[in-house]
Design a protein around this ligand. Structure first.
Ligand code: SF4
Length: 428
Protein backbone atom coordinates (compact mmCIF):
# COMPACT_ATOMS: atom_id res chain seq x y z
CA UNK A 1 0.00 0.00 0.00
CA UNK A 2 1.43 3.36 -0.94
CA UNK A 3 1.57 6.60 1.00
CA UNK A 4 -1.25 7.78 3.24
CA UNK A 5 -2.86 11.07 4.04
CA UNK A 6 -2.02 10.39 7.64
CA UNK A 7 1.64 10.32 6.75
CA UNK A 8 1.16 13.83 5.43
CA UNK A 9 -0.40 14.93 8.66
CA UNK A 10 2.81 13.80 10.30
CA UNK A 11 5.08 15.75 7.95
CA UNK A 12 2.97 18.81 7.18
CA UNK A 13 4.06 22.09 8.71
CA UNK A 14 1.66 23.90 11.02
CA UNK A 15 -1.28 25.39 9.19
CA UNK A 16 -3.13 28.59 10.07
CA UNK A 17 -5.38 28.40 13.10
CA UNK A 18 -9.12 27.94 12.60
CA UNK A 19 -9.71 31.59 13.27
CA UNK A 20 -7.00 32.70 10.88
CA UNK A 21 -8.56 30.66 8.09
CA UNK A 22 -12.00 32.10 8.75
CA UNK A 23 -10.46 35.60 8.73
CA UNK A 24 -8.62 34.79 5.48
CA UNK A 25 -11.86 33.80 3.79
CA UNK A 26 -13.45 37.02 5.04
CA UNK A 27 -10.53 39.06 3.76
CA UNK A 28 -10.66 37.53 0.28
CA UNK A 29 -14.43 37.26 0.04
CA UNK A 30 -14.69 40.14 -2.41
CA UNK A 31 -11.35 39.61 -4.12
CA UNK A 32 -10.88 38.38 -7.67
CA UNK A 33 -9.45 34.98 -8.57
CA UNK A 34 -6.03 36.37 -9.46
CA UNK A 35 -5.63 37.96 -6.01
CA UNK A 36 -6.62 34.73 -4.28
CA UNK A 37 -4.22 32.73 -6.43
CA UNK A 38 -1.40 35.22 -5.95
CA UNK A 39 -1.84 35.07 -2.20
CA UNK A 40 -1.85 31.26 -2.34
CA UNK A 41 1.30 30.97 -4.43
CA UNK A 42 3.35 33.86 -3.10
CA UNK A 43 1.79 34.85 0.23
CA UNK A 44 1.97 33.32 3.67
CA UNK A 45 -1.21 31.29 3.66
CA UNK A 46 0.80 28.30 4.83
CA UNK A 47 4.39 27.90 6.06
CA UNK A 48 4.92 25.23 3.36
CA UNK A 49 4.34 26.25 -0.27
CA UNK A 50 0.98 25.72 -1.93
CA UNK A 51 1.05 23.48 -5.01
CA UNK A 52 -0.60 24.28 -8.31
CA UNK A 53 -2.51 21.31 -9.69
CA UNK A 54 -4.26 21.35 -13.07
CA UNK A 55 -6.36 18.84 -14.96
CA UNK A 56 -5.80 20.71 -18.23
CA UNK A 57 -9.52 20.28 -18.70
CA UNK A 58 -12.25 22.46 -20.18
CA UNK A 59 -11.81 25.47 -17.84
CA UNK A 60 -8.18 25.02 -16.87
CA UNK A 61 -6.77 27.70 -19.13
CA UNK A 62 -8.20 30.43 -16.88
CA UNK A 63 -6.20 29.47 -13.79
CA UNK A 64 -3.17 28.59 -15.87
CA UNK A 65 -3.26 32.02 -17.48
CA UNK A 66 -3.30 33.55 -13.99
CA UNK A 67 -0.38 31.33 -12.97
CA UNK A 68 1.60 32.50 -16.00
CA UNK A 69 1.03 36.11 -14.93
CA UNK A 70 2.26 35.41 -11.41
CA UNK A 71 5.19 33.15 -12.32
CA UNK A 72 5.50 31.20 -15.60
CA UNK A 73 8.10 28.94 -13.92
CA UNK A 74 5.65 27.87 -11.22
CA UNK A 75 5.49 24.07 -10.97
CA UNK A 76 2.13 22.80 -12.28
CA UNK A 77 1.21 19.24 -11.32
CA UNK A 78 -0.79 17.11 -13.75
CA UNK A 79 -2.14 13.68 -12.87
CA UNK A 80 -1.20 11.51 -15.81
CA UNK A 81 -3.53 8.63 -15.04
CA UNK A 82 -2.70 6.81 -18.27
CA UNK A 83 -6.38 7.08 -19.17
CA UNK A 84 -6.57 10.58 -20.64
CA UNK A 85 -7.86 11.53 -24.07
CA UNK A 86 -5.09 12.08 -26.62
CA UNK A 87 -6.63 15.54 -27.06
CA UNK A 88 -5.86 16.39 -23.42
CA UNK A 89 -2.20 15.50 -23.81
CA UNK A 90 -2.06 17.61 -26.97
CA UNK A 91 -3.82 20.45 -25.19
CA UNK A 92 -1.14 20.46 -22.48
CA UNK A 93 1.51 21.17 -25.10
CA UNK A 94 -0.63 23.85 -26.76
CA UNK A 95 -1.32 25.56 -23.43
CA UNK A 96 2.28 25.41 -22.26
CA UNK A 97 3.40 27.08 -25.46
CA UNK A 98 0.63 29.64 -25.51
CA UNK A 99 1.14 30.73 -21.91
CA UNK A 100 4.90 30.21 -21.66
CA UNK A 101 4.59 27.73 -18.78
CA UNK A 102 7.93 26.00 -18.28
CA UNK A 103 7.39 23.60 -15.42
CA UNK A 104 4.52 21.14 -15.91
CA UNK A 105 5.20 17.93 -13.97
CA UNK A 106 3.38 14.68 -14.78
CA UNK A 107 2.42 12.55 -11.77
CA UNK A 108 2.03 8.90 -12.70
CA UNK A 109 0.53 6.03 -10.70
CA UNK A 110 2.80 3.53 -8.99
CA UNK A 111 3.38 0.78 -11.57
CA UNK A 112 3.25 -1.90 -8.86
CA UNK A 113 -0.18 -0.68 -7.72
CA UNK A 114 -1.43 -0.72 -11.31
CA UNK A 115 -0.02 -4.22 -11.94
CA UNK A 116 -1.50 -5.52 -8.73
CA UNK A 117 -4.93 -3.90 -8.74
CA UNK A 118 -5.62 -3.06 -12.36
CA UNK A 119 -3.70 -5.56 -14.50
CA UNK A 120 -6.30 -5.47 -17.28
CA UNK A 121 -6.76 -1.69 -17.18
CA UNK A 122 -10.51 -1.96 -16.62
CA UNK A 123 -10.76 -1.15 -12.93
CA UNK A 124 -12.58 2.06 -13.86
CA UNK A 125 -15.48 -0.13 -14.96
CA UNK A 126 -15.77 -2.39 -11.93
CA UNK A 127 -14.45 -0.17 -9.12
CA UNK A 128 -13.91 3.45 -10.21
CA UNK A 129 -13.19 4.61 -6.63
CA UNK A 130 -10.21 2.30 -6.42
CA UNK A 131 -9.13 3.23 -9.93
CA UNK A 132 -9.13 6.93 -8.99
CA UNK A 133 -7.38 6.09 -5.75
CA UNK A 134 -4.48 4.36 -7.49
CA UNK A 135 -4.24 6.71 -10.43
CA UNK A 136 -5.02 10.05 -8.79
CA UNK A 137 -5.18 10.14 -5.00
CA UNK A 138 -2.01 8.20 -4.26
CA UNK A 139 0.26 9.96 -6.80
CA UNK A 140 -1.04 13.34 -5.67
CA UNK A 141 -0.56 12.42 -2.01
CA UNK A 142 3.04 11.51 -2.72
CA UNK A 143 3.71 14.72 -4.66
CA UNK A 144 2.11 16.92 -1.99
CA UNK A 145 4.36 15.71 0.80
CA UNK A 146 6.45 18.84 0.65
CA UNK A 147 3.51 21.18 0.16
CA UNK A 148 1.15 22.72 2.68
CA UNK A 149 -1.82 22.50 0.32
CA UNK A 150 -2.84 22.99 -3.28
CA UNK A 151 -4.87 25.04 -5.69
CA UNK A 152 -7.95 23.60 -7.38
CA UNK A 153 -10.18 24.91 -10.17
CA UNK A 154 -13.41 23.92 -8.43
CA UNK A 155 -16.38 26.25 -8.58
CA UNK A 156 -19.59 26.53 -6.57
CA UNK A 157 -21.94 26.31 -9.53
CA UNK A 158 -20.58 22.97 -10.78
CA UNK A 159 -22.47 20.65 -8.40
CA UNK A 160 -24.71 20.92 -5.36
CA UNK A 161 -21.92 19.50 -3.21
CA UNK A 162 -19.69 22.40 -4.19
CA UNK A 163 -22.35 25.01 -3.48
CA UNK A 164 -20.66 26.25 -0.29
CA UNK A 165 -17.08 26.10 -1.47
CA UNK A 166 -14.91 28.82 0.17
CA UNK A 167 -11.73 30.31 -1.27
CA UNK A 168 -9.63 28.67 1.43
CA UNK A 169 -10.57 25.40 3.10
CA UNK A 170 -8.92 22.93 5.38
CA UNK A 171 -8.86 19.19 4.84
CA UNK A 172 -8.82 16.83 7.78
CA UNK A 173 -5.18 16.04 7.08
CA UNK A 174 -4.39 19.66 7.94
CA UNK A 175 -3.76 20.84 4.40
CA UNK A 176 -5.15 23.94 2.76
CA UNK A 177 -7.05 23.80 -0.49
CA UNK A 178 -7.35 27.04 -2.37
CA UNK A 179 -10.21 27.58 -4.80
CA UNK A 180 -9.57 30.93 -6.54
CA UNK A 181 -12.53 30.44 -8.90
CA UNK A 182 -14.98 29.28 -6.23
CA UNK A 183 -17.45 32.08 -6.99
CA UNK A 184 -17.10 32.01 -10.77
CA UNK A 185 -19.78 30.74 -13.12
CA UNK A 186 -19.76 29.67 -16.77
CA UNK A 187 -20.20 33.22 -18.04
CA UNK A 188 -17.24 34.46 -16.02
CA UNK A 189 -15.06 31.67 -17.41
CA UNK A 190 -16.20 32.28 -20.99
CA UNK A 191 -15.67 36.04 -20.66
CA UNK A 192 -12.17 35.58 -19.24
CA UNK A 193 -11.21 33.12 -21.96
CA UNK A 194 -12.45 35.51 -24.63
CA UNK A 195 -10.79 38.56 -23.08
CA UNK A 196 -7.41 36.79 -22.99
CA UNK A 197 -7.83 34.82 -26.21
CA UNK A 198 -7.14 31.49 -24.48
CA UNK A 199 -7.07 28.26 -26.48
CA UNK A 200 -10.06 25.96 -25.86
CA UNK A 201 -9.67 22.25 -25.13
CA UNK A 202 -10.45 20.52 -28.46
CA UNK A 203 -13.14 18.37 -26.77
CA UNK A 204 -14.87 21.37 -25.21
CA UNK A 205 -15.94 22.41 -28.67
CA UNK A 206 -17.52 18.96 -29.09
CA UNK A 207 -19.73 19.23 -26.01
CA UNK A 208 -17.46 17.92 -23.26
CA UNK A 209 -17.98 20.53 -20.55
CA UNK A 210 -15.94 18.77 -17.87
CA UNK A 211 -13.04 16.64 -19.06
CA UNK A 212 -11.32 13.87 -17.15
CA UNK A 213 -10.19 10.38 -18.14
CA UNK A 214 -11.53 9.05 -21.43
CA UNK A 215 -13.46 6.04 -20.08
CA UNK A 216 -15.25 8.18 -17.48
CA UNK A 217 -16.12 11.27 -19.52
CA UNK A 218 -19.05 11.83 -21.84
CA UNK A 219 -20.74 14.72 -23.63
CA UNK A 220 -23.00 16.95 -21.51
CA UNK A 221 -26.43 17.51 -22.96
CA UNK A 222 -28.20 20.84 -22.89
CA UNK A 223 -29.66 21.66 -19.46
CA UNK A 224 -27.53 19.09 -17.65
CA UNK A 225 -25.20 19.79 -14.72
CA UNK A 226 -21.80 20.62 -16.32
CA UNK A 227 -20.19 17.68 -14.48
CA UNK A 228 -22.92 15.19 -15.35
CA UNK A 229 -20.73 13.81 -18.14
CA UNK A 230 -18.29 12.46 -15.54
CA UNK A 231 -18.82 8.85 -14.41
CA UNK A 232 -22.21 8.90 -16.08
CA UNK A 233 -24.48 6.14 -14.78
CA UNK A 234 -22.28 5.54 -11.75
CA UNK A 235 -22.84 6.59 -8.16
CA UNK A 236 -19.78 8.80 -8.22
CA UNK A 237 -19.32 12.52 -8.69
CA UNK A 238 -15.79 13.22 -7.44
CA UNK A 239 -12.53 11.47 -8.18
CA UNK A 240 -11.39 11.22 -4.59
CA UNK A 241 -8.73 13.91 -4.61
CA UNK A 242 -11.40 16.39 -3.59
CA UNK A 243 -12.62 14.30 -0.70
CA UNK A 244 -11.09 14.11 2.67
CA UNK A 245 -10.41 10.61 3.90
CA UNK A 246 -13.72 10.26 5.69
CA UNK A 247 -15.35 10.44 2.30
CA UNK A 248 -16.72 13.93 2.72
CA UNK A 249 -15.91 17.04 0.78
CA UNK A 250 -13.40 19.01 2.78
CA UNK A 251 -15.16 21.58 4.91
CA UNK A 252 -13.95 24.90 6.22
CA UNK A 253 -11.85 24.54 9.27
CA UNK A 254 -14.36 25.59 11.91
CA UNK A 255 -15.89 22.13 11.79
CA UNK A 256 -12.54 20.45 12.26
CA UNK A 257 -11.78 22.55 15.28
CA UNK A 258 -14.84 21.23 17.10
CA UNK A 259 -13.71 17.59 17.07
CA UNK A 260 -11.89 16.33 20.16
CA UNK A 261 -8.22 15.69 19.41
CA UNK A 262 -7.18 12.56 21.26
CA UNK A 263 -4.46 11.35 18.94
CA UNK A 264 -0.96 12.25 20.13
CA UNK A 265 1.68 12.03 17.47
CA UNK A 266 4.96 13.78 16.67
CA UNK A 267 4.78 15.72 19.90
CA UNK A 268 1.31 17.16 19.47
CA UNK A 269 -2.37 16.30 19.49
CA UNK A 270 -3.53 16.05 15.88
CA UNK A 271 -6.75 15.33 14.00
CA UNK A 272 -7.50 11.61 13.80
CA UNK A 273 -8.32 10.63 10.24
CA UNK A 274 -9.25 7.06 11.09
CA UNK A 275 -12.31 5.29 12.44
CA UNK A 276 -13.02 1.76 13.62
CA UNK A 277 -15.02 -0.72 11.57
CA UNK A 278 -18.61 -0.72 12.81
CA UNK A 279 -20.31 -3.88 13.98
CA UNK A 280 -21.76 -5.79 11.02
CA UNK A 281 -20.26 -3.30 8.56
CA UNK A 282 -19.20 -4.79 5.22
CA UNK A 283 -15.46 -4.85 4.60
CA UNK A 284 -15.76 -3.61 1.02
CA UNK A 285 -14.61 -0.17 -0.11
CA UNK A 286 -13.08 0.75 3.23
CA UNK A 287 -10.58 3.56 3.53
CA UNK A 288 -8.77 4.70 6.69
CA UNK A 289 -10.67 2.21 8.82
CA UNK A 290 -9.20 0.09 11.61
CA UNK A 291 -10.41 -3.50 11.27
CA UNK A 292 -10.48 -5.92 14.24
CA UNK A 293 -7.99 -8.76 13.76
CA UNK A 294 -10.66 -11.51 13.85
CA UNK A 295 -12.64 -9.74 11.13
CA UNK A 296 -9.45 -9.47 9.09
CA UNK A 297 -8.79 -13.19 9.39
CA UNK A 298 -12.33 -14.01 8.27
CA UNK A 299 -12.17 -11.67 5.25
CA UNK A 300 -8.50 -11.79 4.48
CA UNK A 301 -8.72 -12.16 0.71
CA UNK A 302 -11.06 -9.25 0.23
CA UNK A 303 -9.20 -6.94 2.62
CA UNK A 304 -5.80 -7.80 1.09
CA UNK A 305 -7.18 -6.81 -2.33
CA UNK A 306 -8.28 -3.35 -1.15
CA UNK A 307 -5.70 -0.81 -2.42
CA UNK A 308 -6.66 1.92 0.05
CA UNK A 309 -5.12 2.71 3.41
CA UNK A 310 -6.41 0.26 6.00
CA UNK A 311 -5.60 -0.37 9.63
CA UNK A 312 -5.84 -3.22 12.09
CA UNK A 313 -6.91 -3.53 15.74
CA UNK A 314 -5.03 -6.02 17.92
CA UNK A 315 -6.48 -7.03 21.28
CA UNK A 316 -4.97 -9.13 24.07
CA UNK A 317 -5.07 -12.77 22.96
CA UNK A 318 -4.70 -12.05 19.24
CA UNK A 319 -1.98 -14.09 17.60
CA UNK A 320 0.45 -11.59 16.10
CA UNK A 321 2.51 -14.40 14.57
CA UNK A 322 -0.55 -15.40 12.54
CA UNK A 323 -0.45 -11.91 11.07
CA UNK A 324 3.29 -11.99 10.46
CA UNK A 325 4.63 -10.20 7.41
CA UNK A 326 1.08 -9.30 6.33
CA UNK A 327 1.30 -6.52 8.92
CA UNK A 328 3.30 -4.48 6.42
CA UNK A 329 0.31 -3.87 4.19
CA UNK A 330 -1.46 -1.90 6.93
CA UNK A 331 -0.86 1.82 7.27
CA UNK A 332 -1.85 1.89 10.92
CA UNK A 333 -2.13 -0.73 13.66
CA UNK A 334 -3.92 -0.08 16.94
CA UNK A 335 -2.90 -2.14 19.95
CA UNK A 336 -5.52 -2.13 22.67
CA UNK A 337 -4.58 -1.81 26.34
CA UNK A 338 -7.86 -2.57 28.11
CA UNK A 339 -6.25 -2.74 31.56
CA UNK A 340 -3.13 -1.23 33.07
CA UNK A 341 -2.09 -4.65 34.35
CA UNK A 342 -2.26 -6.35 30.95
CA UNK A 343 1.14 -5.92 29.26
CA UNK A 344 0.64 -8.14 26.24
CA UNK A 345 0.33 -5.12 23.96
CA UNK A 346 3.97 -4.20 24.62
CA UNK A 347 5.08 -7.59 23.29
CA UNK A 348 2.86 -7.17 20.24
CA UNK A 349 4.56 -3.89 19.45
CA UNK A 350 8.03 -5.40 19.81
CA UNK A 351 7.10 -8.36 17.61
CA UNK A 352 5.68 -6.13 14.91
CA UNK A 353 8.64 -3.77 14.88
CA UNK A 354 11.48 -6.23 15.42
CA UNK A 355 10.40 -9.56 14.00
CA UNK A 356 8.08 -8.42 11.20
CA UNK A 357 9.75 -5.08 10.41
CA UNK A 358 6.48 -3.21 10.52
CA UNK A 359 7.14 0.46 9.73
CA UNK A 360 3.64 1.93 9.67
CA UNK A 361 1.90 3.82 12.42
CA UNK A 362 1.66 1.88 15.67
CA UNK A 363 -0.87 3.20 18.14
CA UNK A 364 -1.45 2.35 21.77
CA UNK A 365 -5.07 2.78 22.83
CA UNK A 366 -6.75 2.45 26.19
CA UNK A 367 -6.86 4.23 29.50
CA UNK A 368 -3.27 5.35 29.07
CA UNK A 369 -1.48 6.61 32.15
CA UNK A 370 1.43 9.03 32.10
CA UNK A 371 3.78 6.45 33.57
CA UNK A 372 3.19 4.12 30.63
CA UNK A 373 4.19 6.61 27.95
CA UNK A 374 7.94 6.03 28.06
CA UNK A 375 7.41 2.26 27.91
CA UNK A 376 5.22 2.66 24.84
CA UNK A 377 8.00 4.59 23.11
CA UNK A 378 10.54 1.98 24.05
CA UNK A 379 8.47 -0.77 22.46
CA UNK A 380 8.03 1.03 19.16
CA UNK A 381 4.72 2.84 19.47
CA UNK A 382 4.69 6.15 17.63
CA UNK A 383 1.15 7.29 18.38
CA UNK A 384 -1.20 7.25 21.35
CA UNK A 385 -4.95 7.57 21.53
CA UNK A 386 -5.39 9.29 24.86
CA UNK A 387 -8.60 9.80 26.73
CA UNK A 388 -7.24 10.12 30.22
CA UNK A 389 -7.29 13.85 30.98
CA UNK A 390 -4.27 13.75 33.32
CA UNK A 391 -2.19 12.00 30.66
CA UNK A 392 -3.37 14.48 28.05
CA UNK A 393 -2.27 17.35 30.21
CA UNK A 394 1.12 15.75 30.85
CA UNK A 395 1.69 15.20 27.15
CA UNK A 396 0.69 18.76 26.36
CA UNK A 397 3.30 19.89 28.89
CA UNK A 398 6.00 17.56 27.51
CA UNK A 399 5.98 15.76 30.84
CA UNK A 400 6.69 12.29 29.51
CA UNK A 401 8.75 10.59 32.16
CA UNK A 402 11.56 8.20 31.26
CA UNK A 403 12.29 4.49 31.26
CA UNK A 404 14.47 3.83 34.26
CA UNK A 405 13.67 0.16 34.80
CA UNK A 406 14.31 -2.09 31.82
CA UNK A 407 12.37 -5.30 32.33
CA UNK A 408 13.37 -6.73 28.95
CA UNK A 409 16.18 -6.12 26.50
CA UNK A 410 15.21 -3.96 23.55
CA UNK A 411 16.72 -6.14 20.86
CA UNK A 412 19.69 -5.54 18.62
CA UNK A 413 19.11 -1.85 18.08
CA UNK A 414 20.86 0.73 20.21
CA UNK A 415 18.82 2.55 22.80
CA UNK A 416 17.99 6.00 21.51
CA UNK A 417 17.47 8.83 23.96
CA UNK A 418 13.73 9.31 24.28
CA UNK A 419 13.88 13.00 23.43
CA UNK A 420 15.36 12.29 19.99
CA UNK A 421 12.63 9.97 18.77
CA UNK A 422 10.21 11.09 16.10
CA UNK A 423 7.35 10.42 18.48
CA UNK A 424 8.48 13.31 20.58
CA UNK A 425 9.10 15.85 17.90
CA UNK A 426 6.87 18.76 18.44
CA UNK A 427 5.88 20.72 15.36
CA UNK A 428 7.03 24.33 15.68
S1 SF4 B 1 -11.53 8.98 -13.82
FE1 SF4 B 1 -11.99 6.86 -14.46
S2 SF4 B 1 -10.20 6.09 -15.54
FE2 SF4 B 1 -9.61 7.98 -14.48
S3 SF4 B 1 -8.73 7.28 -12.62
FE3 SF4 B 1 -10.88 7.67 -12.18
S4 SF4 B 1 -12.00 5.76 -12.56
FE4 SF4 B 1 -9.92 5.56 -13.43
Amino acid sequence: MASSNLAHAQTAKPRPSDLELVALNGMFDEKDGLSVLRHALTGDVSPAPIAMVSSFGADSSVLLHMVAQINPNQEVLFLETGKHFAETLEYIEITKKHLGLTNVRFLEPDTKDVERFDPKGNLWETDPDSCCHIRKTEPLDAALKTYGGWVTGRKRFQTNDRGVLPHFELTTDERIKVNPLAYWDNDDVAAYRKAHDLPAHPLFLKGFLSIGCEPCTSVVKEGEDPRSGRWRGKDKTECGIHFDVSGKIAHPTVEIGQKPMNLFKNGAFVADLWRDLKEDEAVTDLDHVHIPFDVYLENREEIDANPRDLGLILRPGDDVDALGEAAKQFSSIVVEFPAFTDGRGYSYARLLRERYNYEGELRARGDILTDQVAYFLRCGFDALTVQNEATKKALQNDDLGSVNLFMQPIGASQEVPVGTRPFLRRAK
